[in-house]
Design a protein around this ligand. Structure first.
Ligand SMILES: NC(=O)c1ccc[n+]([C@@H]2O[C@H](COP(=O)([O-])OP(=O)(O)OC[C@H]3O[C@@H](n4cnc5c(N)ncnc54)[C@H](O)[C@@H]3O)[C@@H](O)[C@H]2O)c1
Ligand SMILES: [Zn+2]
Length: 353
């Protein structure tokens, strides 16, 4: 078992181990006195892992209530949030009780937000079941739901009590959903760790998922500890995301988040290389790693469409936009530019894609 400590305002452990799910209750009980625990999962994850998790928490002395909702991003909204909050109220869940988010980023974001606002805040656990949730969304305390006007527009910062990750559950993910998380993993390699990047590039990460998740979580934990509330360094985690979000918008979300981020990283890297910001060969290495992991690298949308989408996405950010650009594999910088210059970066980044 690997344990990583996250040193935000609230300190907590991320525990990663094959087969951990069957012992989740015991591990939680090491730090939390048994109480009522509301296990929140989408229908697909509930069918696969709900019983194992619920039995484990019951055995450890928790009184388990289960809340299930339809899987998919379309559920991450105020309606599902409202239903979940009403469920907590109807079952007289108190401030000394606990929510456990068992699932991908949708479940974690939704259940985390419910925990942040129910009774002005109760404790929650993250139990990530997608690779993306394990390496990214379960750590760092960003919780949210989508509004009609855009993704993640209503939310709160709220750190979990503990994150419990069992890499064995990734075996039931479709290759596409698994690879969404791989794109985020490659992102961590690009911003902070050339060896991690190499593990993705060579495919070796597949033989050491526990270690790979731990490395990604440690990097995210460091960044988040430096900037819990996203006013500076945390922006590094957005490498590939400004362009990625624009691709998601242009595709009406038919291109998944991780796939869009993969293409977004290529655009950022190529634009940086053309401007002499990053070392020659950086983009070629990135392309090789992404392709080796079965991720897309080409963008079907023109610069003008992406620029319009990026502007729509950034309308709340003011006149400057901070791009995250690589200097070399393992090191990225924040690079603020006037919004109108973004079009040029997109043109440079797209050329020859
Ligand atoms: N809070 C953050 O810091 C943060 C960071 C990145 C992404 N996110 C959010 O995360 C969400 C995307 O997360 P996601 O990709 O995990 O989506 P998701 O939670 O919708 O999961 C994707 C699909 O995989 C299924 N699934 C989950 N675990 C499974 C398993 N082990 N076996 C089989 N099927 C399984 C789910 O039922 C769902 O259909 C987005 O809403 C995004 O905004 C949040
Ligand atoms: Zn992302």
């Amino acid at each position: 078992m690997t344990s990583i400590f996250i040193k935000t305002g609230k300190r907590y452990k991320v525990r990663i181990d094959d087969g951990l799910l069957a012992h989740a209750g015991e591990l939680a009980a090491e730090a939390i006195r048994p109480c009522t625990l509301v296990l929140v999962a989408d229908d697909r994850v509930d069918a696969l892992y709900g019983d194992t998790a619920a039995e484990s928490f019951s055995r450890a002395g928790f009184r388990v209530l289960r809340y299930t909702f339809p899987n998919g991003e379309a559920s991450k909204n105020m309606v599902t949030l409202g239903r979940l909050l009403e469920f907590l109220g109807e079952h007289a869940v108190t401030r000394s009780d606990l929510i456990a988010a068992l699932g991908g980023g949708v479940t974690g974001d939704l259940a985390g937000f419910a925990a942040a606002v129910y009774l002005r805040g109760i404790r929650y656990l993250q139990i990530p079941t997608t690779f993306l949730a394990a390496v990214d969304s379960s750590v760092g305390g960003k919780t949210a739901v989508d509004l009609a006007a855009g993704k993640n527009l209503a939310g709160a910062f709220c750190q979990p009590e503990m994150v419990l990750c069992d890499p064995q559950v990734f075996s039931t993910l479709t290759p596409e959903i698994f690879s969404d998380g791989v794109a985020e993993g490659i992102k961590y390699g690009m911003i902070a760790d050339a060896d991690l990047f190499q593990d993705f590039s060579s495919g070796e990460y597949r033989t050491k998922l526990e270690q790979t998740v731990a490395r990604c979580v440690a990097i995210k934990g460091d960044v988040v500890a430096r900037d819990e509330f996203d006013t500076g360094d945390r922006q590094l985690l957005n490498f590939g995301h400004t362009f990625g979000h624009a691709i998601e918008l242009c595709s009406h979300f038919s291109v998944t988040h991780g796939h869009a981020v993969a293409i977004g990283m290529v655009i950022a890297s190529r634009a940086a290389e053309r401007r002499g910001i990053c070392s020659t060969g950086c983009t070629a290495s990135l392309l090789q790693a992404l392709e080796a992991c079965g991720l897309p690298v080409r963008c079907e949308f023109p610069a003008d469409a992406l620029f319009a989408a990026a502007l729509a996405d950034k309308k709340r950010a003011g006149d400057t936009i901070t791009l995250i650009l690589p200097q070399e594999i393992g090191r990225c910088i924040r690079h603020p530019i006037p919004v109108e210059e973004l079009r040029g970066y997109l043109r440079d980044g797209l050329e020859a894609v």
